[in-house]
Design a protein around this ligand. Structure first.
Ligand code: AMO
Length: 439
C-alpha cells in the first residue's frame, strides 16, 4: 500500500491506512505510548497500548525512537472524539523507521525566539520545518500560481530563456562572470533582451518566472544576489499605461485568490492584513511625489538624489499612497530618462515611458513601453556607450518588431511584503547574498 497524506485521512475512517512522516512528539505513559506523526499537510496521533502482547516490538521501537526521525506506519484509522488532535487516532500494526534523526537538533524550530537568523539559514532545512516558515512558500506558490493563471487566461505563454549569456546585458557593472570553457560568460541579470526577442519572433504575449543574478554588494533587507523574477512582455500596446493596467489587474486577481485561501491564516500567523487592492492603482509623477513628501511629511530630498526614490522616500510613499489614495500600491512615472535603461521608450518630449510600482513602501516592479524602432534604440544604446555590447540585441529590431512593453516583478520582495516579513532572507527558500552562498 502507498502512503497517503495526513490531510486525506478523514476519508478513510475504519480502514487500514499507511502513513509516513516525521516523529513530531512522543509521550510515553505507563500503559500507553502516543506518537504524533507530522507531514506537510497535518499531524495525527498514533496510539500503542503497552499491555497488548502483539505490540511489544513496537513498544520497544518507540522507546528508542528519536524525535524528527521519519517513519512509515500501517494501522487502522479510528474516529475518536476523545483525541484532541482532530478527533482521530491510528492503531498501528507495523512501524518502520525510514530514517533516524540525531537526538539533538541544532535548534528547536518549534520556538525560534532567540535563534540567530544566520544559524537558521545554515540549517534552513530545519528552520523550514516550522509551520510559520513552511507556510511562506505555500503562500508564495499560490500567489505565483494565480499570477500565471491570470496570464494564461489572457493568452500569454510561458517561455524559458538562457541564464548563461555571452555579453553583459543591461549594465556591465552588476553581472557575475563565469568561466565558460576558454572564454568568459555572464549570468543573466534579467531576461529583458530575450523577452523582447520573443516579440521580434512574433510571440504576442509571453512571461517567464526564473532566476536572475545581480552582483550588487548590498546588504539590505530587500536585496539578494540571486532572486526570482516574474517577467512579462507583450506586443501591440499603445502606451505604458497598457502595461500598468495589465500588471495591476494581474496582481489584484492573484491577491484576491490568495486572500480567499490564506487571508485568515496570514493574519493569524504573521499578523498582516491582506487588503485586496482596488483598480485602478494610483499613479504619480516622480516630481509630484517629491513635492508631496515635502509638503505633507517635511521630507526634503537632496538634488543629487532626485533621479530616483531613496529607500526613505520609498518608505514614505506607503504613507502617501494611504493618505492620498487610500491605497497600498503606487505607480511612479516620469523618471529622468537619462537615469533609466536605454531600452525604455521616450516620447517626443524625451519623457520616459516607464514606471516603478511600489507596494507598502518598497519597489516591486520596473516596467515600460520599450523602444522598438531600430534607429531610436541604436541611438539610445550609443548614448549609454553600450552600442557594441548590445549589437546582437539591436539586430532584433531591424527586421520588423511590434511595439511592445512589459515589466519585471521580484517574487521574493512580493512575498516579503505580503506577509510583513522584515527581511528578504526569510522570503527566499534559500537566500543568496554577498556573504551567503551556502548551503
Ligand atoms: P529591475 O532591475 O528594476 O528591472 O528589477 C525588477 C524587479 O526585481 C526586483 N529586484 C530585486 N529583488 C531582490 N534583490 C535584488 N537585488 C533586486 N533587484 C531588483 C525588484 C525590481 O522591481 N528588466 C527590468 C524589468 C523590465 O523593465 O521588464 C528589470 O530587471 O522587485
Amino acid at each position: 500500500m502507498k502512503s497517503i497524506q495526513l490531510s486525506e485521512l478523514n476519508q478513510h475512517y475504519g480502514e487500514e491506512v499507511v502513513v509516513s512522516g516525521f516523529v513530531d512528539n512522543i509521550r510515553n505513559l505507563q500503559w500507553v505510548q502516543f506518537l504524533i506523526l507530522r507531514d506537510d499537510t497535518g499531524r495525527v496521533q498514533i496510539t500503542i497500548e503497552k499491555s497488548d502482547d502483539n505490540n511489544q516490538s513496537m513498544v520497544e521501537l518507540v522507546n528508542s525512537l528519536t524525535l524528527e526521525s521519519t517513519v512509515k506506519i500501517t494501522g487502522i484509522l479510528n474516529e475518536n472524539p476523545k483525541v484532541k488532535l482532530n478527533g482521530m487516532e491510528i492503531i498501528p500494526s507495523v512501524i518502520e523507521v525510514t530514517s533516524k534523526s540525531d537526538l539533538e537538533l541544532p535548534f528547536s524550530y518549534k520556538d525560534l525566539t532567540g535563534v540567530n537568523l544566520d544559524t537558521r539559514l545554515d540549517y534552513r532545512f530545519i528552520d523550514l520545518r516550522s509551520e510559520r516558515n513552511s507556510l511562506i512558500f505555500k503562500i508564495q506558490s499560490s500567489l505565483v500560481q494565480y499570477m500565471r493563471e491570470y496570464l494564461y487566461q489572457h493568452d500569454f505563454m510561458e517561455i524559458h530563456t538562457p541564464k548563461l549569456i555571452g555579453a553583459a546585458s543591461e549594465s556591465g557593472s552588476d553581472v557575475f562572470e563565469v568561466k565558460y570553457f576558454d572564454r568568459l560568460a555572464y549570468l543573466a541579470q534579467s531576461p529583458q533582451f530575450y523577452k523582447q526577442m520573443a516579440m521580434a519572433s512574433g510571440f504576442n504575449r509571453i512571461f517567464e518566472v526564473g532566476p536572475v543574478f545581480r552582483a550588487e554588494n548590498s546588504n539590505t533587507s530587500r536585496h539578494a544576489t540571486e532572486y526570482t523574477c516574474f517577467d512579462v512582455e507583450f506586443s501591440y500596446i499603445d502606451s505604458y499605461y497598457d502595461v500598468m493596467n495589465l500588471e495591476s489587474e494581474m496582481l489584484t486577481y492573484a491577491l484576491e485568490k490568495v486572500n480567499q485561501i490564506y487571508g485568515e491564516k496570514i493574519k493569524e500567523m504573521y499578523g498582516e492584513e491582506l487588503v485586496v487592492p482596488s483598480l485602478p492603482f494610483p499613479v504619480m509623477k516622480l516630481s509630484d511625489v517629491y513635492q508631496e513628501l515635502e509638503s505633507r511629511y517635511g521630507y526634503k530630498v537632496d538634488d543629487s538624489e532626485k533621479d530616483d526614490l531613496t529607500t526613505e522616500a520609498e518608505r514614505l510613499c506607503y504613507q502617501l499612497a494611504k493618505d492620498k489614495f487610500q491605497h497600498e500600491f503606487l505607480f511612479v512615472t516620469h523618471y529622468p530618462a537619462s537615469k533609466r535603461a536605454f531600452y525604455h521608450m521616450r516620447d517626443d518630449d524625451g519623457v520616459l515611458q516607464g514606471y516603478d510600482l511600489l507596494w507598502r513602501g518598497v519597489e516591486i516592479t520596473t516596467g515600460a513601453q520599450r523602444e522598438h524602432r531600430y534607429e531610436e534604440i541604436r541611438k539610445n544604446a550609443k548614448e549609454k556607450g553600450l552600442e557594441k555590447d548590445v549589437e546582437f540585441y539591436l539586430e532584433f529590431f531591424k527586421y520588423g518588431c511590434p511595439p511592445h512593453g512589459g515589466f519585471g516583478l521580484g517574487i521574493d520582495r512580493l512575498t516579503m511584503l505580503l506577509l510583513g516579513i522584515s527581511s528578504i532572507k526569510e522570503a527566499q527558500f534559500l537566500f543568496r547574498g554577498p556573504n551567503r552562498i551556502e548551503p
